[in-house]
Design a protein around this ligand. Structure first.
Ligand code: FAD
Length: 509
């Protein structure tokens, strides 16, 4: 290592969406961040439409909105519907699916989602990986993050004080290392993390091919007696082959002949593929790190949890990790973290990850090409026609009720703050751009303004009447938008201080 090399606050391995979003959160909180990224550039056909399409859930949309990034996403403005096989508009428009069973807009009763307001952001949007990474790269660089591309993390060592990271013959030092290096994370594998879970049922293929006789295939998603194939646009074929993940694990080269053989078998046709332009495979292996931290090394995103892309939740889960971890790690670096703050990253995020893994396992079980799965599949298909089930499915897929167990002092504690709109037009989400906590006071009580000052720049005091207040008088909101404390009555300052002491350091008492 060269003598004058800096010691970064945090080194992040991987400039995927999670690494980039985390870097932005850390830099927003004035931390010095280096990202090492294996790829030379971020262009890839698998990050572009249609394979690069990613459904964003309510919590990701809120996260981007709260940091002023939502308006920069352009793809969804021209491609409203992520479900290419849905030709219907209006109430019959398909807005999501469970195991390929669609749910429709008209069957979702959003009035059941009590804390979503007129002014709330969307519940779901389409995005494209490449666009997302481009936007996040721009923001990270503007905030001073250093991104070194073409430099994979190859190994690291940690002491009580710092982490030394190697990329080939280059060495970097940081106080902390976060592995955001995806499903095959080197940080996870060499960091002593246990990765527990279940083995795959299938190999999934995403391919771009030329087909001599495309009329032999049906458009859209097709569950067959041998698996599933989906033709989103002519030539863009996704296949699920229930081979227990054997082909994916073998790491054999994907040839035209192989894809043709699999597609013929799954579609039960003699379709002919004349050219294979690109192809990748994936599985439904579902594993999760049993700890997200080992000393000065942490994991986030696919590095911490993998599951099948069915229902599209991996990116959302990872962005949620980054939003949760960023401010906590920054507070730890700047010595503003109360005891246990960093550990709450794992206790809050691990259960959310476990739920998503189970959600994906449940889908795989009813997609299997056997009579038992078919029977269950047809029952779920019938149930999906009911408002209750469609509303439940949409809420789960879009993360409407994402909740951390922060005690039961008020029913809203642990949930994302509703996007209150004040009478003067300000919206609470837009006041969170700088990543501070907020003491929200609907009654403009001057003693609360004084109380907020006890926490310096960690907590901002915001007051005013909102158009809809849900019966609340005061709230303490964490930098990630989660309600830490709330009251419907005249607030008791001592109980605000008690709640704040879990998340912030008091400088004046
Ligand atoms: C077909 C498919 C469809 C999907 N659809 C959806 C969806 O609709 N919604 C959704 O939420 N999720 C979806 N997902 C999942 C989603 O894409 C992932 O969960 C998400 O990309 C994870 O982000 P990440 O940043 O953790 O990891 P990645 O996106 O994998 O990024 C990791 C980065 O680390 C880099 N890297 C790897 N090793 C190293 C190393 N040693 N050193 C430095 N850098 C390294 C990689 O080059 C990469 O840039 C889908 C996935 C697939 C396969």
């Amino acid at each position: 290592m060269k003598r004058d090399q800096p010691i970064y606050d945090v080194i992040i391995s991987g400039a995927g969406p999670v690494g980039l979003f985390l870097a932005c959160e850390l830099a927003l909180a004035k931390s010095r961040v280096l990202i090492l990224e294996k790829s030379e550039n971020l262009q890839s056909p698998f990050k572009q439409l249609p394979f690069g399409v990613r459904g964003l859930s309510a919590s990701s949309i809120e996260a981007l909105y709260r940091r002023g990034l939502l308006d920069e996403l352009e793809i969804h403005k021209r491609l409203k519907n992520p479900h290419a096989n849905s030709v219907q508009q209006g109430p019959l428009r398909q807005v999501g699916h469970f195991a390929g069973i669609p749910f429709h807009e008209g069957n979702i009763d959003t009035s059941k989602w009590k804390h979503r307001l007129e002014s709330s952001t969307e519940t779901n949007l389409i995005s494209e990986m490449q666009e997302m990474e481009t936007i996040l790269t721009r923001r990270a660089e503007a905030l001073g993050v250093e991104i070194k591309r073409g430099l994979p993390l190859t190994s690291f060592q940690q002491t009580d004080e710092r982490v030394t990271v190697q990329s080939g013959d280059q060495t970097f030092q940081g106080q902390w290392l976060v592995g955001c290096d995806g499903a095959r994370s080197v940080v996870r594998k060499s960091g002593g993390f246990e990765f527990a879970g279940t083995e795959p049922e299938f190999t999934g293929y995403s391919t771009k091919v030329d087909i001599a006789d495309p009329e032999k295939l049906n458009p859209g998603r097709n569950l067959t007696e041998r698996g599933m194939y989906l033709q989103s646009q002519p030539g863009f074929i996704v296949i699920q082959d229930f081979d227990a993940g054997e082909f994916h694990s073998s790491e054999r080269t994907i040839t035209r002949e192989h894809v043709q053989e699999v597609l013929r078998r799954i579609s039960n046709t003699d379709v002919t593929i004349t050219a294979l332009h690109f192809a990748t495979t994936w599985t439904d292996r579902a594993r999760q790190a049993t700890s997200y931290r080992n000393g000065r090394v942490l994991l986030a995103g696919d590095a911490a949890h993998i599951h099948s892309p069915l229902g599209g939740q991996g990116l959302n889960l990872g962005l949620g990790d980054a939003m949760n971890l960023g401010w906590k790690l920054a507070a730890t670096i700047h010595k503003k973290a109360p005891e246990g703050l960093l550990d709450s990253y794992y206790t809050e995020r691990h259960p959310i990850g476990a739920q998503v893994l189970d959600w994906s396992r449940a889908q795989v079980m009813i997609m299997k090409p056997n009579p038992q799965a078919r029977a269950l599949n047809s029952i779920i298909r019938d149930l999906m026609e009911t408002t209750d089930v469609s509303t439940y499915m949409a809420a789960r897929v879009w993360g409407i009720f994402t909740h951390y167990d922060l005690g039961d002092s008020h029913p809203l504690v642990g949930y994302s703050v509703p996007n209150f709109e004040f009478e003067d037009g300000r919206r609470i989400g837009e006041l969170m751009q700088y990543g501070q906590g907020i003491l929200l006071d609907f009654n403009t009580n001057s003693s609360l303004k004084t109380l907020a000052k006890e926490y310096g720049d960690q907590v901002k005091y915001v007051s005013g009447r909102a158009k809809e207040q849900l019966g609340l008088s005061t709230m303490l909101i964490r930098p990630d938008g989660i309600i830490a404390w709330a009251s419907d009555k005249e607030p008791d300052e001592q109980s605000i201080r008690q709640a704040a002491s879990i998340w912030f350091t008091q400088f004046i008492s």
